[in-house]
Design a binder for this molecule. Structure first.
Ligand SMILES: [Zn+2]
Length: 117
């Protein structure tokens, strides 16, 4: 089942990134600013080019040229997808560098401890 516009995210053992811990209830916008990644409706990771936060919404532009408005909600679909790392593939057009994906796969969201960002 090879999809055309995505690359499969490798979670190899040779991943040299150190593990990072963020709190699960961290502010959604802060998390996005940190990760600079976005989970689309189809479960594909996109790389964020710019974020413009205005009050409770944020204008996002991805490297593949998508522009959209998001709301600051920890319970949103994208927030859950990013936290639980359900995304198994990344957008080819965004050309997300390996180190960024490695960093993401090593980032853990915990309930009890970790950075509040
Ligand atoms: Zn993309």
């Amino acid at each position: 089942m090879a999809k055309k516009h995505v690359v499969v995210i490798k979670t190899s053992a040779t991943n040299k990134e150190r593990e990072r811990y963020y709190r699960k209830n961290v502010d959604f916008f802060k998390l996005i600013l940190k990760l600079k990644l976005w989970a689309s409706r189809t479960g594909t990771l996109h790389s964020i080019k710019s974020i413009e936060i205005v009050d409770k919404t944020a204008k996002i532009e991805t490297y593949c040229g998508k522009k959209f408005l998001i709301y600051n909600s920890k319970k949103s679909r994208a927030a859950r997808w990013l936290r639980n790392k359900w995304c198994a593939c990344a957008c080819k057009d965004c050309q997300i560098p390996d180190w960024k994906l490695a960093k993401y796969t090593k980032t853990k969201m915990t309930q009890k401890w970790g950075s509040n960002l």
